[in-house]
Design a protein. Structure first.
Length: 428
């Protein structure tokens, strides 16, 4: 029975699954299998030729993963999704599905350090150029575009800069040119809906808020089904020219009877098949458990983070608080336009620079010092010496990282305990 709802609270519990037909089990099973029995030689041949869809091998698809994919696509308002082994794999695949050696993408400078390294170094080594521009002026994306530009890329609520990206403005620049906007919405699930503002593809690290429990690495790519990949064939050659690995299939034509899913189908049957970064079924099961409570958790993360930001703004040791509620001007307008809540991340700068940051981190007792965000627990890190340490000093500043910057991922503990730990660490 299909559950018809647009509300994430309902979809997080019911989309993609009702019960097991043979046993009546309500919980999604873990299909811990590598392979699947084919019904006949003809059935097997049809699956491999993509004449019909079904399970072939867990490197490409799995029934547990399929429930998570359908559920996330329903919540986000997309037409299909592909789970992968990590958020980093999702970011890489989202670009590699459109760009090859000699092509380029234009990316916001406001990125997580791991994504910056992927774009500036690894993709560069693969022949894909990434042109970084400041999103404060959306027209910077147009200025950096040429005939080989295949996509624009950004984070909704950049980690750790926390300045909301102008989604509609940049999407509107790209669409007439045949260039899709890919948005990493990891830090703002349920708080922002990029597809509603013109984004074509959304990616997540499901490791973070979607899972929430800090036990399982994963990522997902979601196709909005709202971008005409065939409108400008020269702009998107990977989807509009013959694919030799499928006997010359042209993806925008081959899957047309099934709907606007050329992008997400190619990501699965080419990239996931050939590069092999699948999400483990057990991790999919774990992430489904987290997703079921995401609507409740994200609201509490927001409330606690608001209180932390206000508390830090009143402390003499803190020279600046970085949080959407403290934004001004155009940044404030974008936060109000795109977010329904300000998220669970809070940044702040200490007057004593790197030494003060290290001392603060070392004094924390409740907060964990880990390289993660979105956990139910409160977490803290000093980006300049960890997550963004591979970047040059100039690139660190571009991403919003200073020597004295500390990033908090505010958890679900009682706010009095959170503030007490911050107070004693600041006083240390």
């Amino acid at each position: 029975m299909a559950i018809k709802s647009r509300h994430p609270e309902t979809l997080a519990l019911h989309a993609g699954w009702r019960a097991d037909e043979s046993t009546g089990a309500v919980a999604v099973p873990i299909y811990q299998t590598t392979s699947y029995q084919f019904k006949s030689p003809e059935h097997a041949a049809n699956l491999f030729a993509l004449k019909e869809f079904g399970n072939i091998y867990t490197r490409i698809m799995n029934p547990t993963n399929a429930v998570l994919e359908e559920r996330l696509a329903a919540i986000e308002g997309g037409v299909g999704a592909l789970t992968v082994g990590s958020g980093q794999a999702a970011s890489a695949f989202s670009i590699q599905n459109l760009a090859r050696a000699g092509d380029n993408i234009v990316s916001s400078t406001d990125l997580y350090g791991g994504t910056w390294n992927l774009f500036a170094n690894t993709l560069k080594d693969q022949g894909i150029e990434v042109r970084f521009v400041d999103p404060a002026d959306p027209e910077n994306f147009r200025r950096a575009t040429d005939d080989k530009t295949r996509a624009y890329y950004a984070e909704t609520l950049p980690n750790p800069k926390l300045t909301v990206f102008p989604i509609a403005e940049v999407a509107a620049i790209g669409r007439p040119l045949g260039i899709p906007l890919i948005v990493d919405n990891t830090a703002a699930p349920l708080l922002a809906r990029p597809f509603d503002h013109g984004a074509a593809i959304v990616v997540y690290s499901t490791t973070k808020y979607i899972g929430g429990h800090g036990t399982s690495i994963g990522g997902v790519i979601i196709d909005g089904g709202n971008f005409d990949w065939a409108a400008n064939p020269a702009r998107q050659p990977l989807l509009n020219t013959p694919d030799n690995s499928y006997h010359g299939a042209i993806w925008t034509e081959a899957v047309k009877p099934l709907g606007p899913i050329a992008y997400i189908i190619r990501a699965r049957v080419v990239l996931l098949r050939d590069l092999g970064a699948p999400l483990a079924p057990f991790n999919a099961f774990q992430i489904i458990q987290g997703l079921e409570t995401l609507p409740l958790r994200i609201a509490q993360h927001c409330r606690n983070a608001e209180a932390v930001a206000k508390f830090l703004s009143e402390r003499p040791e803190v020279t600046k608080v970085i949080h959407p509620s403290f934004a001004t001007g155009a940044a404030k307008a974008r936060a109000e336009k795109y977010l329904t809540g300000n998220g669970g991340l809070v940044g702040f700068e200490l007057a004593g620079g790197r030494e003060a940051g290290a001392k603060f981190i070392g004094a924390l007792q409740l907060f964990y010092h880990v390289a993660n965000i979105g956990d139910a627990r409160s977490l803290a890190i000093h980006p300049a010496s960890t997550t963004h340490s591979q970047l040059s000093a100039e690139d660190q500043i571009a991403t919003g990282v200073s020597e004295g910057y500390v990033r908090l991922s505010v958890g679900l503990e009682h706010i009095e305990d959170i503030l007490e730990d911050l107070a004693q660490a600041l006083s240390a």
